[in-house]
Design a binder for this molecule. Structure first.
Ligand SMILES: [Ca+2]
Length: 193
C-alpha cells in the first residue's frame, strides 16, 4: 500500500501545474478611486467577480473577473455597473498560477454593450504591430498580436499574460449595466516565476 501511495504521489508531482488546475484568464476593470466604484453583476458559469480587497475602503475601484480558459476558443461574458459617470480601464490578462508562474492566454472579439470599446477583434494594427486602441500596461511589456486562420473572429487575436496586458479605456454612465463579452483560450505556454 505504501508503495502504491508513493507511486500515486510521485505521478501527481510529475504533472505540470496547468494540468491540475487549468489556466485562469483575468479581466480587470479599474476606475479612479476618488471618483467612482463598481459593482459586479454576474457572468457566465464559472466566472467570478471580486473586488480588490487590498485597496481596503477603495476595494470597489477595481474588479477582478476570473474564469477557466479552455484549450479551444470559448465565449464568456459578465456584467458590471459603475456607481458614477466615470472612465473605466479594461485590462485583458491571465491570472498567475498557484506556483507564481505566468501562463499566457489568447483573447479575440471583445464586445461591450452599454459602453464603447474599439477594435475589439484586434483586426486593426498600427506600425508597431500592436492593436489600434489597445495600450499596454507599463512601458515595455507588449502583448502579442497574432495573425492567422486560428483567430476566433477575423484574422487577428492577441496573446497576453499577467505582466503583458492589453488595456483600453472607455466611458461608463452611472448605474448603466455594461455587458462585456469575449472569446478566450489557453495557450498552454507559461513563463517561469
Ligand atoms: Ca479577431
Amino acid at each position: 500500500m505504501k508503495r502504491l501511495m508513493t507511486a500515486i504521489l510521485f505521478g501527481a508531482a510529475m504533472l505540470p501545474t496547468a494540468t491540475l488546475t487549468g489556466t485562469d484568464f483575468r479581466v480587470d476593470l479599474i476606475v479612479d478611486k476618488n471618483i467612482c466604484g463598481m459593482e459586479f453583476k454576474g457572468g457566465s458559469e464559472g466566472l467570478q467577480g471580486k473586488k480588490a480587497k487590498w485597496l481596503k475602503e477603495n476595494a470597489d475601484s477595481r474588479l477582478l473577473v476570473t474564469g477557466k480558459a479552455g484549450e479551444t476558443w470559448e465565449e464568456k461574458s459578465f456584467q458590471f455597473s459603475a456607481k458614477e459617470n466615470c472612465e473605466v480601464a479594461i485590462h485583458l490578462l491571465a491570472e498567475r498560477a498557484p506556483d507564481k508562474s505566468r501562463p499566457w492566454v489568447a483573447y479575440d472579439n471583445v464586445r461591450v454593450e452599454g459602453a464603447t470599446v474599439k477594435n475589439g477583434s484586434f483586426e486593426n494594427v498600427d506600425k508597431k504591430g500592436l492593436a489600434k486602441n489597445w495600450g499596454i500596461d507599463g512601458k515595455k511589456n507588449f502583448y502579442v498580436v497574432k495573425k492567422g486562420d486560428d483567430a476566433a473572429d477575423g484574422k487577428r487575436y492577441i496573446e497576453v499574460s499577467h505582466d503583458y496586458r492589453a488595456v483600453q479605456k472607455f466611458k461608463c454612465k452611472k448605474g448603466q449595466i455594461v455587458t462585456v463579452t469575449f472569446i478566450v483560450r489557453d495557450l498552454k505556454r507559461t513563463e517561469k516565476k
